[in-house]
Design a protein around this ligand. Structure first.
Ligand code: C2E
Ligand code: MG
Ligand code: MG
Length: 622
């Protein structure tokens, strides 16, 4: 520490001057030997006093600075240490003790100190230190240290090895706890590359990995695949069971997907309910197909999500490098296009990309635009009717109204190809108005023609339940065409019916109060629970076609159909079986006590005039 003249007080300066004056006077004026000794002693005393006085503030300053340094080290979590390579002694600052989580007085030797280094980093640390000792150079290290079995922290150490000619050698270093910095960096990386809900890779990371994989695949002529998966009807789950359940389902599915692929494959959440899987190193298209099938099988099982038992299906599109694209963007886009094709062909399936599919995607966009026109002009929207037969009397008890779109250039378009477009583009409410009005006006015509008392079922989509004017529109249309409310039934899917929102219950109750009836469509395939059946004002259960289809050969299906009918009877609900194609099925269903039958055995859905003809020609024994 250098003496600083400014830090010497005025008193000390005075003493310094007096002692210098006395020293000078004894050399000039002292006459006797005793006087010389006396004056010399006096000046030494005064000089010592001066030194004591003037250095005291410096000592205080030094100890104050030391304490500040300690504080600063503690606050910055930076500690310093020194290892004397000759005497083999290690001295540590207080902060190093704190970082290591040990008492200040603990005896820590050089070996103990190095033993704190995490096993994974130990060799690296030793090599760098050895090198710095050999060359007498600086070093910079980042490593983890283990504080106990469960706790590791990250340390950055910067130091220098000082070797002097007198043979002394020391390592002097500062070490800093950078755990928070590392954690923050990891967080930022996570946010940038991982989906926060599922923890899966996001789009950016997927594309990055896919691009790299494509580069490798180009080099070693291997193949890879993009699997684009979209959950069917996920919106319905969100809308009806709430976003929390939707989120839980997505997290659950992420885990399930992880179990279906290899460790090296990347699963990403691409959008809301869309997942893209990058399959590395496949041999051929069959490998990708196998994975697609495996995933769909796993998804089809019953899943317990919170208090709900859910069945989920998915539509999958597959594209392969190098056959279908040579870069990540195109590979994903083509898998997406193939997925769209899978959706269009009835969902719950997979499609491999083919070149002509690209054209279909454009067609889809055009379809959306022309659907807007069709709804405006109404003429292109046509209702077909499919008879329902009363199984007790064999007579026609009613019909189901099924919409068709007479597209000016494409011809007849079936509902599976445009209802989902209407639902996803906000056109469903308007389209629903056209369907309801056309059907109710047709019921009035059936009545006029003498077919009195037919009950016609209209399908309602979940989107229509979000329309506050739905009930008043139905009421005014019934009024306008003068039909009886009892001639109208609305078919809703299980997902709509079980939605626990007050709004759904309100709409269903109001419809029930008007006197129209409510049927649950495709019963047995959705997420129904008996509780909902009791809670909602429901009149009819429609047994899904899938149970009817194989009921002659499949015991399970037969049992399910039987149980649904028994349950409906006990709840005072009427039953309709859909998709009845054979006389055997009709006989079985009648035996089980099913009230109404609908299917190609009796009639396909047909235009209104043909349906009138059908009614005229129909005899209960035919
Ligand atoms: P859904 O309500 O379950 O209608 C029954 C579907 O099964 C109809 O197909 C019908 O043609 C078909 N089907 C009837 N009997 C048989 C049979 O014996 N064998 C076979 N293989 N199929 C049979 P469609 O008309 O193509 O309608 C498909 C779905 O589109 C309907 O299923 C319904 O969910 C929806 N949909 C139809 N019309 C409307 C509508 O006006 N509004 C709304 N929101 N959805 C509609
Ligand atoms: Mg229906
Ligand atoms: Mg149905």
């Amino acid at each position: 520490m250098k003496l600083n003249i400014h830090s010497i007080t005025f008193k000390s300066q005075l003493l310094l001057i007096i002692s210098i004056l006395m020293f000078l006077s004894y050399t000039i004026f002292a006459t006797t030997y005793e006087n010389i000794i006396l004056l010399f002693m006096l000046s030494i005393i005064i000089l010592s006093y001066y030194l004591y006085k003037s250095l005291r503030p410096l000592n205080e300053e030094i100890s104050q600075k030391e304490s500040h340094l300690k504080d600063a080290q503690r606050i910055a979590k930076i500690g310093s240490w020194e290892y004397n390579l000759v005497t083999k002694t290690l001295s540590l600052s207080d902060e190093i003790y704190r970082i290591l989580g040990v008492k200040l007085s603990t005896d820590i030797g050089w070996e103990d100190f190095l033993n704190y280094v995490d096993d994974n980093d130990y060799n690296k640390v030793i090599t760098i230190l050895d090198n710095a000792i050999k060359n007498g150079s600086q070093f910079d290290l980042r490593y983890a240290i283990k504080l106990n079995k469960n706790k590791k922290i990250h340390i950055q150490t910067t130091g220098k090895v000082r070797k002097k000619q007198d043979g002394s050698a020391k390592i002097t270093a500062v070490s800093m706890d950078i755990s928070n910095e590392i954690k923050n960096k990891q967080k930022i990386e996570e946010l940038a590359y991982y989906d926060s809900l599922t923890g899966l890779a996001n789009r950016a990371l997927l594309k990055d990995r896919m691009s790299k994989s494509i580069q490798f695949a180009k080099r070693d002529s291997s193949k890879l695949a993009a699997i684009f998966l979209d959950l069917d009807h996920f919106k319905l789950i969100n809308d009806t069971l709430g976003h929390d359940t939707g989120d839980d389902l997505l997290v659950y599915i992420s885990k399930l997907l992880r179990e279906q692929v290899r460790e090296a494959d990347t699963i990403s959440r691409f959008g809301g309910d869309e997942f893209v899987i990058l399959l590395q190193n496949i041999h051929n298209i069959n490998d990708a197909e196998l994975v697609a099938k495996k995933i769909q099988k796993a998804l089809q099982e019953k899943h317990q999500i919170g208090s709900h038992q859910l069945y989920v299906t998915s539509s999958i599109g597959v594209s392969i490098f190098p056959e279908h694209a040579d870069n990540a963007d195109d590979l994903i886009t083509n898998a997406d296009t193939a997925m769209y094709e899978a959706k269009k062909s009835g969902r719950n399936g997979y499609k491999i990309y083919s070149l002509n599919m690209g054209k279909c995607a454009n067609k889809q966009l055009n379809l959306e635009q022309s659907l807007v026109e069709a709804i405006k002009d109404k003429e292109q929207i046509e209702i077909y009717y499919q008879a329902k037969i009363d199984s007790a009397t064999n007579s026609v008890s009613g019909a189901e109204a099924l919409v068709r779109w007479n597209h000016p250039t494409l011809g007849l378009v079936f509902p599976d190809n445009f209802i989902y477009i209407a639902e996803s583009t906000g056109l469903m409410v308007e389209l629903g108005y056209v369907i309801i009005e056309k059907t109710i006006s047709q019921i009035a015509k059936f009545n006029e023609l003498g077919f009195i008392g037919l009950k016609v079922a209209i399908n309602l989509s979940c989107r229509q339940f979000q329309d506050a004017n739905l009930v008043s529109f139905i009421l005014s249309t019934i009024d306008k065409y003068g039909v009886l409310p009892s001639q109208i039934e609305f078919e809703i899917t299980e997902t709509v019916s079980m939605s626990n929102t007050d709004e759904t219950l309100r709409i269903l109750t109001e419809l029930n109060n008007i006197g129209v009836s409510i049927a649950i469509d495709d019963f047995g395939t959705g997420y129904s629970s008996l509780m909902y059946l009791k809670k909602f004002p429901i009149n009819t259960l429609k047994i899904d076609r899938s149970f009817v289809m194989d009921m002659e050969s499949d015991n399970n299906d037969r049992e399910i159909a039987k149980t649904i009918i028994l349950m409906a009877n006990s709840l005072n609900l009427s039953t309709v079986a859909e998709g009845v194609e054979s006389q055997e099925q009709a006989n079985l269903l009648k035996e089980m006590g099913c009230n109404h039958l609908q299917g190609y055995l009796f009639s396909k859905p047909i235009p209104k005039n043909e349906f009138v003809q059908f009614l005229q020609d129909y005899t209960p024994n035919s």
